[in-house]
Design a protein around this ligand. Structure first.
Ligand code: ADP
Ligand code: GN1
Ligand code: MG
Length: 355
C-alpha cells in the first residue's frame, strides 16, 4: 500500500465529486498535522485504471517541467502523485479496488458556486492557461480513459436506447424531459461535424472543467491548480469553455429542485469568457471563438442527457445522495439550455467584445 510518514490521525470523506471516493487523510509528523488525498478510483467509470494513471503521471510530469521553467511552485500548481510502497502510481487492495494518493493542496479553496464574478474569472484564466501549457503535449501518448466522452451524438444514441429499454419503468413520468432532448437531436451534431470537417482543431483538453475541479488560493483567490485530471484527453476547447459555463454561470446548484432559481447569469458568463480568452492567450482560432456559445449549450445539453440517461438506467453512474437527484440535475441543465437559447445573441455579443 502507501507508506505515508508519521502517525495516522484520521480519514474523512472529502469533496463533492460525483465519480471517485475521495478521503482526506491526516498524519502527525513531528508535532505537525499533514494532509493527503486518498482516492478510490471508480472502476465502473474507468475500466483501465493503469492507463488512466499513466495519463496522469505523464501530464503532471509535463506540467511540473513547465511550472519549473516559469519559476512556479510544483507542489501547489499541479497535482503530485504519491507513489506506492512498490513504486507505482496506484495500489490495488485485497478486493481488487484501485487507489491513488496525492499531496494535499493547502490554503486553497474548491468552490461549488462562484462567490462572485472575480472568482469565476480567475478560474477561467487558470483553465485557459492549463490548456495552453498542454498545447504541445504529445496527444498520441494519451489513452482514451472514457471512449466518446464528449461525443454528443453518441450520448444521444445511448439516451434513446435507455428510453427504449426503460429498465426502471421511469420513462412515462419524464416525457417532457425526453421530448426536450428529442427536439434537439440535430443540434447534438454541431460540434462533432465541425471537428470531422477540420473546422475545429483537436487539442489536449481537460474535459471536466467544473468549478470544483480547480483550486483557488485562499488569500489571492487566483486559480492555482487544475485538479481531477482523469479525463485529460484530446478534445475541443469549446467544450472545456462550455462545461465551465454550464456549472459555474448557473444561478443555482446543479441539483436545485426549484427551477425558478436556475438561469444563466450573463455577468458570470462575461467574466468567464474574458478570463478564458485571456488564459488561452491568442491560441483560439476564429472558428473556436465562433463556437464558444455552442460549446456552452452543448455541454449543458449533453450533461443533462447524461443525468437523464443515468436516472432512466437506475443511477449507476453519477453518485446520488437522495432519490430523484439525477432527475433534478437533468432538469437544471435543460432549464439552462432553454435560457441560453433565449440569450444566445447576447452571449455572442459578449464573446465578440473580447475576441
Ligand atoms: P471526482 O472525480 O470524484 O470529482 P476529484 O479528483 O475532483 O474527484 O476530487 C474530489 C474533491 O476532492 C475535489 O473537488 C477537491 O475538493 C478535493 N481534492 C482533490 N484533490 C485534491 C488535492 N490534491 N488537494 C486538495 N483537495 C483535493
Ligand atoms: C462528473 O468527477 P466530477 O464530479 O468532477 C463527470 C463530468 C460531469 C460532472 C457533472 C468522469 O464530474 O463529466 O460533467 O460530473 N465526470 C466524469 O457534475 O464522468
Ligand atoms: Mg471532480
Amino acid at each position: 500500500m502507501f507508506a505515508f510518514p508519521g502517525t495516522f490521525v484520521e480519514a474523512i470523506p472529502y469533496g463533492n465529486g460525483h465519480i471517485n471516493d475521495t478521503y482526506r487523510l491526516t498524519f502527525e509528523q513531528s508535532g505537525r498535522l499533514v494532509h493527503y488525498i486518498l482516492q478510490q478510483m471508480n472502476r465502473k467509470v474507468f475500466r483501465k485504471p493503469e492507463e488512466l494513471m499513466e495519463n496522469i503521471e505523464g501530464v503532471t510530469a509535463w506540467l511540473k517541467k513547465k511550472i519549473q521553467e516559469n519559476g512556479g511552485d510544483i507542489y501547489r500548481e499541479t497535482l503530485n502523485v504519491i507513489p506506492s510502497a512498490e513504486g507505482k502510481a496506484w495500489c490495488v487492495d485485497d478486493t481488487g479496488e484501485y487507489w491513488r494518493a496525492y499531496y494535499f493542496i493547502e490554503n486553497a479553496l474548491c468552490l461549488d458556486q462562484a462567490a462572485g464574478t472575480q472568482d469565476f474569472y480567475e478560474s477561467a484564466v487558470a483553465f485557459g492557461h492549463f490548456q495552453r501549457l498542454l498545447s504541445d503535449y504529445p496527444a498520441d501518448t494519451l489513452h482514451e480513459t472514457i471512449p466518446d466522452f464528449h461525443n454528443t451524438p453518441d450520448r444521444f444514441r445511448k439516451f434513446r436506447a435507455a428510453v427504449e429499454a426503460d429498465v426502471c419503468g421511469r420513462a412515462a413520468a419524464v416525457q417532457d424531459e425526453i421530448r426536450f432532448v428529442m427536439e434537439r437531436e440535430a443540434f447534438t451534431h454541431t460540434l462533432m461535424d465541425r471537428l470531422a470537417e477540420g473546422k475545429l482543431p483537436l487539442r489536449v483538453t481537460h474535459n471536466d472543467t467544473k468549478l470544483n475541479n480547480i483550486m483557488l488560493d485562499e488569500k489571492t483567490r487566483k486559480g492555482i491548480c487544475v485538479i481531477d485530471l482523469d479525463t485529460v484527453m484530446p478534445g475541443l476547447s469549446v467544450n472545456d469553455f462550455g462545461d465551465s459555463i454550464r456549472f459555474g454561470a448557473s444561478t443555482g446548484a446543479e441539483d436545485e429542485p426549484d427551477l425558478t432559481k436556475i438561469s444563466c447569469d450573463l455577468d458570470l458568463f462575461e467574466a468567464y469568457t474574458k478570463g478564458f480568452i485571456e488564459g488561452c492567450a491568442g491560441a483560439l482560432t476564429e472558428e473556436e471563438l465562433n463556437q464558444l456559445v455552442n460549446g456552452a449549450k452543448m455541454m449543458t445539453l449533453e450533461c443533462g442527457i447524461r443525468f437523464l440517461t443515468d436516472y432512466l438506467e437506475g443511477d449507476h453512474y453519477f453518485k446520488i445522495h437522495r432519490d430523484g437527484q439525477n432527475l433534478d440535475r437533468c432538469r437544471t441543465q435543460f432549464k439552462l439550455v432553454a435560457d441560453m437559447e433565449q440569450k444566445e445573441m447576447e452571449m455572442q455579443e459578449i464573446v465578440n467584445k473580447y475576441r
